[in-house]
Write a protein that binds this ligand. Structure first.
Ligand SMILES: Nc1ncnc2c1ncn2[C@@H]1O[C@H](COP(=O)(O)OP(=O)(O)OP(=O)(O)O)[C@@H](O)[C@H]1O
Ligand SMILES: [Mg+2]
Length: 248
């Protein structure tokens, strides 16, 4: 499979604290990759580095090379707005704008100078499996939606920009099981068009939706491979212990 996103010799520290070291990883196009590992091992830090979320931390030091296909994500010539358009992100807590459902999507399109017509907005809502539930309430404040609907709205907002990659940091951790399954179904459907990297603490979830799984520990990638192999035939004892719930 074609590599969509990659990190080469990536190291990240905040002040004197080294959080990631020697990360070499590739994410294949049109696959779902799960990042797993104990709390504090650097999953979010890695994910956020791909859309330049550390730019605002003055004490962050990043070395190594991150690429979207051939594009160096930290090159001075690449505007961060361009990167965030091509690499979307969905967070643990749904964060709709305090606007209507319709305007949540229209706003993201407008600030990116993209056409924000009705058809585009309907298409994004359909793609996020939300249209049928909201088509008669498009003017309603997005904050009145349920948590799971808000998270699908945030996914709709991301896909409206036609990104190539969608990064998701524990997108279901605040949701009930039914909403979680809906989002999982959505993720599997979205990989036809996008490359997806998802951080999750839910081992069943990783096994249900991820083609590849990456196990991280103390700032390093300990093991990566097909999800089936990582869960059923891990090479490292530490991976086995983690996926079997013996620590973390
Ligand atoms: N902006 C920052 N400044 C200082 N330290 C940071 C910053 N961001 C992350 N860290 C530190 O980096 C380490 C890794 O954090 P990170 O959020 O990447 O872990 P994680 O694997 O996502 O954990 P969790 O599963 O709990 O979300 C932590 O010790 C955290 O305190
Ligand atoms: Mg995290």
């Amino acid at each position: 499979m074609k590599t969509k996103l990659s990190a080469e010799n990536l190291a990240i520290s905040f002040g004197s604290k080294q959080v990631l070291k020697g990360i070499n990883i590739t994410f294949a196009a049109h696959e779902v990759t799960a990042l797993i590992g104990p709390s504090g091992c650097g999953k979010s830090t890695l994910l956020r580095s791909f859309n330049r979320m550390h730019d605002l931390s003055p004490d962050a030091k990043i070395t190594g090379t991150l690429r979207l296909e051939d594009m160096d994500l930290y090159s001075r010539n690449v505007p961060v707005t361009e990167i965030r358009k091509r690499i979307g992100m969905v967070f643990q807590k749904a964060n709709p704008f305090p606007k209507s459902i319709y305007d949540n999507i229209a706003y993201g399109l407008k600030i990116n100078n993209l056409p924000a017509g009705k058809e585009v907005i309907e298409k994004a809502l359909r793609e996020a499996f939300l249209w049928e539930e909201v088509k008669n309430d498009l003017k309603m404040p997005a904050t009145r939606l349920s948590g799971g609907q808000q998270q699908r709205l945030c996914i709709a907002r991301a896909v409206a920009l036609r990104p190539e990659v969608i990064l998701m940091d524990e997108p279901c951790s605040a949701l009930d099981p039914v909403s979680t399954l809906k989002i999982e179904e959505l993720i599997v459907h979205l990989k036809e068009k996008y490359t997806i990297v998802i951080v999750t603490h839910n081992m069943q979830q990783a096994q249900r939706i991820a083609d590849k799984t990456v196990f991280m520990y103390l700032g390093e990638v300990k093991e990566e491979g097909d999800t089936d192999q990582i869960f059923n035939n891990p090479k490292h004892e530490m991976t086995a212990n983690y996926v079997n719930g013996q620590f973390g």
